[in-house]
Design a protein around this ligand. Structure first.
Ligand SMILES: Nc1ncnc2c1ncn2[C@@H]1O[C@H](COP(=O)(O)OP(=O)(O)OP(=O)(O)O)[C@@H](O)[C@H]1O
Ligand SMILES: O=c1ccn([C@@H]2O[C@H](COP(=O)(O)O)[C@@H](O)[C@H]2O)c(=O)[nH]1
Length: 434
């Protein structure tokens, strides 16, 4: 499963021996992310695609293919990017004409579906905290759009109160913009697609198929009690008995067929949502193990890229300040703290400063992770692999060295309580160069 994920999110190729598997995670900052204005201001655009919006949608697909870069293993919640903040010149500057700075990374999308009040939003927060996905609630995006003074505000307000489904042209575009604005590539799309037309429009406009659908199964009486309770403080126009009944009807008649569609494709992971919040979260965690492994491998590749690029700041950000290491340079001693490693970054600096940018780019070493294995033990993870490092010698001939590396990561909480992996220990073998 991990390898399948890696094939989508990292380069995979053959190494020098032909059958040696080399996996190199893409890393670095995102290229310009595409943004999409809704188009002209007629209400008609809301229900039917004009030729101009066809052009936009074409660009949308190109945008994904051309401009998507690596999402750092960061942890973000992003619930609202009103259409009104999207500027025409932003869109023009990201028309996909410029080649991306880095090779693109395909977006990974998980649809989170379930009846109103089944606990989708609650569990999405947990997933964001632990696994570093971007949470996009379609309902939250629509509410934010409504409040932004958008031309679609009244229409959205009516649809929400009546439990009806807002036309796909609006919702899909809001989702596309929020995805692009996030600068990340792993998304939990909560409460969407709401009907078959939503599903078809999303697939057509973005070219994205979900990895899987997380479906919260919950009886109406449980959802009703939760929503009425939430209604005491939510301020939502639809958390009342009359709207709740309408929402249930829409869910059964229009949203369940979407779940059935994906079930037919073997993509639905069904969770019983009646238990406590903690129990429900425990039951969904196994579905996210593979993403955690991929995050760790991405973080490891970022670390190697920071070393190769001489970027001490990026390196230090990924490391615990008490990092310990056994590496050949320490002559059999345990190096403690970052100071020992900083020495080598500082050493490279004058050389780098003296070189022209072009020659610098040429002589920068490049590390490739080969035969990786990622093992997670609660809040500790061990990543082992062979690091193939290509470099240029003083005689301008290329050489490759291979080191066995074991890197230990520990999951810690940042200021916002979000999980982040910090590099706490590594062991690097000596290696002959060829
Ligand atoms: N497992 C649970 N047990 C008890 N209460 C829960 C559970 N999960 C969520 N809740 C509560 O139920 C209410 C609805 O949860 P939540 O907002 O996550 O549902 P939702 O599926 O996102 O709803 P909607 O689709 O209407 O936005 C909230 O007040 C939340 O605190
Ligand atoms: O894709 C979507 C998502 C939501 N809506 C409308 O918003 C409300 C509230 O959605 P929640 O997911 O409960 O926040 C929903 O009843 C719909 O009216 C939508 O049209 N399309």
């Amino acid at each position: 499963m991990l390898q399948a994920l890696l094939r989508r999110s990292v380069y995979a190729g053959n190494g020098p021996s032909g059958d040696l598997k080399i996996v190199r995670a893409l890393s670095g900052a995102l290229g310009a992310a595409p943004v999409y204005p809704l188009g002209t201001s007629t209400a008609q655009d809301c229900v039917g695609l004009t030729s101009a919006s066809h052009e936009d949608s074409h660009r949308t697909k190109l945008g994904w293919a051309a401009s998507w870069g690596l999402a750092a293993a960061g942890f973000t919640t992003l619930c609202s990017t009103p259409l009104s903040i999207v500027q025409a010149e932003d869109a023009a500057s990201t028309s996909g004409e410029q080649p991306p700075a880095k090779s693109p990374l395909k977006p990974i999308v998980i649809f989170v579906l379930g009846g109103p009040g089944s606990g989708k939003g609650t569990q999405c927060e947990n997933i964001v905290r632990e696994y570093g996905f971007v949470h996009l609630s379609a309902g939250d995006l629509l509410r934010a759009e409504m409040k932004s003074g958008s031309q679609y505000g009244d229409m959205i307000a009516t649809m929400i109160k009546e439990g009806k489904i807002v036309p796909s042209e609006v919702t899909v575009r809001l989702l596309q913009n929020a995805m692009a604005a996030s600068g990340k590539n792993k998304f939990l799309i909560d409460g969407f697609p709401r009907n078959d037309e939503n599903r078809a429009a999303f697939e057509r406009e973005t070219g994205i198929q979900p990895e899987f659908v997380l479906f919260f199964d919950c009886p109406e009486e449980v959802m009703e009690a939760r929503l009425l309770d939430r209604g005491k403080s939510s301020g939502r126009s639809d958390d009342n008995m009359e709207s709740i009944r309408k929402r249930f009807k829409t869910f059964v008649n229009q949203s369940v067929p979407v779940v059935d569609h994906y079930d037919g494709l073997g993509k639905v992971k069904k969770v019983s949502a009646t238990r406590s919040k903690e129990d429900v979260f425990r039951s969904i965690q196994p579905f996210f193990t593979e993403f955690q492994q991929a995050n760790l491998l991405e973080a490891t590749q970022m670390l190697l890229d920071a070393i190769d690029g001489g970027d001490y700041e990026a390196y230090a950000k990924l490391c615990d300040e008490k990092l310990t290491a056994f590496e050949p340079e320490a002559q059999g001693h345990l190096a403690e703290g970052l100071g020992f490693h900083k020495f080598y970054f500082d050493l490279k600096k004058p050389v780098a400063d003296a070189a022209s940018p072009e020659s610098l780019a040429l002589i920068r070493p490049k590390s490739t992770i080969s035969s990786p294995k990622v093992s997670v033990y609660g809040d500790v993870a061990v990543v082992t692999y062979v690091r193939l490092q290509q470099d240029v010698g003083s005689s301008k001939t290329g050489f490759t060295s291979a080191h066995q590396e074991t890197r230990v990561w520990q999951r810690k909480r940042d200021g916002k309580g979000l999980a982040e992996w910090k590099h706490v220990h590594f062991h690097r073998s000596a290696a002959p160069s060829v």
